[in-house]
Design a protein around this ligand. Structure first.
Ligand SMILES: *Cc1c(COP(=O)(O)O)cnc(C)c1O
Length: 369
């Protein structure tokens, strides 16, 4: 790490791989020896053609994406996917099932409700989303058009460890915004995956969508052109001007993941990083994790200190030490360390070191309360 950069634990936009930032710096000036910066190239020119094709190639090879799936780069964030999914696939008389495990799932439900029938097959809201439900708790509707999950709950710090069982024939649709390509993923188990780039994949402004051909074909046709998946599939994400820089950057992140050893290496790196924090939380009687053990996210680690005063003090002192972005989301309080793919192990080591120091220095004060 260069000395002018600090450790960034922000939930999103989040830290990006340094090697990619350096390369992008050059590409902004002059990409691929073209004499023109990446943001200045026509999206219909040869240089960008190659960039988008290479991005797709790397994206596909990372997860061995089968030929009957399309890789699309869209705009409007994951939030527009909350609406595009039901607009294309739900229809007024059919029912879609949602597994509700946090604020982002709730937002997905909110967008689907005006479009068709929504069945909440399970929710962990009663315990403030501190866990991922057991498969035995899920109650599906008789024949859902699709089943929607949020694979990693960015705000609450929980993560599905495996896909839930889904009724036969119903495509599984997943918001993977905050854990996309943080571990191996079997695309064949899904009908559609979407991920806003700004947590694990690149800058904000581009959304990765991986969708199976039959769902593109099944999509509603009475929608504005831009809101139909088929438009973007038919035009290779070039129906209108795509987010060219975001696509370039994501492509470089995919290559970076390959250079690190691919998705299983990423998973190992993430497990070991998160393990450092969780092991310390388990051993501490000062700090405590906020979610149930078997539901812990490897991407967002949420924890509390004994009092809110100590939490404010912790966050302020951490910031002074160059440990930034640790304030938890207001619906959970406390602290959250977001440690996506690009977060180096040294960042987590520095955080744990500081937590130990803070615990020692403030134990007496905590005992008085
Ligand atoms: C950040 C996030 C979103 C929202 O993404 P936008 O790109 O801001 O719309 C949706 N879902 C999850 C799981 C997220 O982490």
């Amino acid at each position: 790490m260069t000395t002018d950069r600090i450790f960034n634990f922000s939930a999103g936009p989040a830290a990006l791989p340094e090697a990619v930032l350096r390369k992008a710096q050059e590409a902004i000036w002059n990409v691929a020896g073209s004499g023109i910066g990446i943001m200045e190239h026509s999206h219909r020119g040869k240089v960008f053609d190659r960039i988008i094709a290479e991005a797709e190639e790397s994206c596909r090879s990372l997860a061995d994406i089968p030929d009957n799936y399309r890789v699309l780069y869209l705009q409007g964030g994951a939030s527009l996917q909350f609406a595009m999914v039901p607009m294309n696939l739900l229809g007024p008389d059919r029912t879609a099932d949602y597994l509700v495990t946090g604020v982002w799932s709730q937002k997905a439900v909110k967008e689907a409700k005006p479009i068709g029938k929504v069945h909440i097959a399970v929710s962990s809201e009663s315990t403030n989303f501190d866990r991922i439900p057991q498969p035995s708790e899920i109650r599906y509707s008789p024949s859902p058009v699709y089943v929607h999950i949020t694979t990693n709950n960015t705000i609450f710090g929980t993560q599905w460890k495996t896909e839930p069982p889904v009724p036969g024939g119903a495509p599984l649709i997943a918001d993977t915004s905050s854990d996309m390509y943080s571990r191996p993923i079997d695309i064949r188990k899904y009908g559609l995956i979407y991920a806003g780039a700004q947590k694990n994949l690149g800058p904000s402004g581009v959304v990765l969508v991986i969708i199976r051909d039959d769902l593109i074909e099944a999509g509603a046709k009475n929608l504005p052109t831009m809101l139909q998946y088929r438009t973007h599939a038919a035009e290779n994400s070039l129906y209108n001007t795509p987010p060219t820089f975001g696509i370039y950057f994501m492509g470089e992140v995919f290559k970076w993941i390959q250079s690190q050893g691919g998705l299983s290496a990423m998973a190992e790196h993430n497990e070991s990083k998160a393990g450092l924090l969780y092991d310390y939380l388990d051993s501490s009687d000062f700090f405590r994790g906020t979610v149930q053990r078997d539901s812990r996210s490897l991407m967002n680690v949420c924890f509390r200190a004994p009092t809110e005063e100590l939490e404010t003090k912790f966050i302020n002192e951490a910031t002074k030490r160059g440990l930034d972005g640790l304030k938890g989301h207001r619906s959970v309080g406390g602290m959250r360390a977001s440690i996506y793919n690009a977060c180096p192990r040294e960042a987590v080591e520095a955080l744990v070191r500081f937590m130990k120091e803070f615990e020692r220095a403030n134990r007496a004060e905590a005992a008085r309360t």
